[in-house]
Design a protein around this ligand. Structure first.
Ligand SMILES: *[C@@H]1O[C@H](CO)[C@@H](O)[C@H](O)[C@H]1NC(C)=O
Ligand SMILES: *[C@@H]1O[C@H](CO)[C@@H](O)[C@H](O)[C@H]1NC(C)=O
Ligand SMILES: [Zn+2]
Length: 343
């Protein structure tokens, strides 16, 4: 009885104002950057030539043709890569995680990459990677294929998003405007200075093993650097063949409780080359609850999504350019975590 009275005495106007304010706050602002938890760890940085040697040997169990070299970074601002800038000294940054999406979405988890660039002391910041797109801007949940420069707080966007058309379920790709620099829920990003330098060039053809391109690289690094945390980021192009990719549908109205429900909610596609994929991989969890690999790809023909693996082993060809990260930042790590939804 007492409780009911208490609700009734709250002046209705005030309650409405509070609700309106909460609503506006949710839809217009990213999280307060001063309150976002940040953890940082150095990464082990092997010489690039040593990584090239290890990969030249290790990747042959998964691909018929393997060639890994250390090269001067080519101009990846040109097609098909169309990156926002060049390489240079780099950091791996993981924001949030699947627990903010599953089983129930937390719509407040929206981060402005201008704030994140400040948090990780990156200026100029050239950012590539995979994350959930800015749903408050797009209007629905979506994939983000992050690719942007932030110089002295000024954003130059080349980021694509991909969403599921609510009428015919085709995927739709859009480029974000310079005025939109947010990422939602979870992201695996590679921050570098945008300078030319040496990079790893990984060129493989014809898949003869069960692993996707990134898992094959990651597992070789797990084996080679067992007690050390090594991270790579960068871009690869699927030059020939097709890939299984997903795009998240709009947020589920019911909780997604397990892997099976998750796979029914995701929309899967068989997308065609050339696909340009951006993201990061690490060879372990590092005690930071890390997602060990995450790449999203875009294209110049309209298809874009979250990369799983190629579906055409006989004809597949991958060309990747990667660099090592010197340190890893873990931002807003979920307090209550779980291990699913990370494929
Ligand atoms: C960014 O700011 C620094 C320091 O004020 C300045 O030296 C630099 O030229 C600026 N860069 C650009 C691209 O505006
Ligand atoms: C995807 O397309 C390739 C090439 O056309 C085909 O071989 C493969 O079976 C397809 N996979 C699926 C799951 O549709
Ligand atoms: Zn993804």
């Amino acid at each position: 009885m007492k409780r009911i009275k208490a609700i009734i005495v709250v002046p209705e106007v005030n309650l409405q104002l509070v609700l309106l304010y909460t609503f506006l706050l949710q839809w217009t602002m990213a999280l307060d950057p001063n309150s976002i938890p940040v953890e940082k760890k150095p990464l082990y940085v092997p010489p690039l030539q040593e990584i090239a040697d290890v990969l030249n040997k290790g990747l042959t169990s998964n691909f018929a043709e393997v060639k890994v070299e250390v090269v001067d970074s080519p101009d990846l601002t040109q097609k098909p890569f169309s990156l926002a800038s060049k390489g240079g000294s780099a950091k791996i940054v993981e924001i949030g995680g699947p627990p903010y999406l599953l089983p129930v979405v937390d719509r407040n988890k929206v981060y402005d990459l201008k704030d994140i660039a400040n948090l990780v002391h990156s200026n100029p910041a050239f950012i590539v990677g995979a994350g959930a797109g800015p749903h408050p801007y797009i209007g629905v949940n979506c994939e983000g294929i992050y690719n942007l420069n932030i110089i002295n707080g000024t954003v130059e966007q080349h980021t694509r998003i991909s969403k599921v058309d609510q009428n015919d379920e085709n995927s739709i790709q859009e480029i974000l405007p310079n005025s939109e620099s947010r990422v939602a829920l979870l992201a695996n990003l590679f921050f570098c200075e945008g300078k030319p330098g040496k990079v790893l060039k990984v060129h493989v053809k014809k898949r003869i093993g069960p692993k996707d391109f990134i898992a094959s690289i990651r597992t070789v690094l797990e084996e080679a650097y067992k007690d050390k945390l090594v991270g790579l980021g960068g871009a690869f192009v699927l030059k020939e063949g097709k890939a299984k990719q997903h795009v998240m549908r709009d947020f589920s109205k019911t909780p997604i409780e397990d892997e099976e429900a998750l796979n029914n909610w995701l929309k899967f596609y068989n997308m065609s080359a050339p696909l340009v994929a951006l993201g990061t991989l690490v060879n372990g969890d590092g005690g930071l609850d890390l997602r060990v690999q995450h790449f999203h790809s875009f294209s110049h023909h309209g298809e874009a999504g979250h990369y799983h693996y190629d579906t055409t082993p006989e004809i597949v060809e991958y060309l990747g350019y990667f660099n090592t990260g010197d340190e890893i930042y873990r931002i807003d790590k979920p307090k209550a975590t779980h291990s699913w939804g990370r494929d």
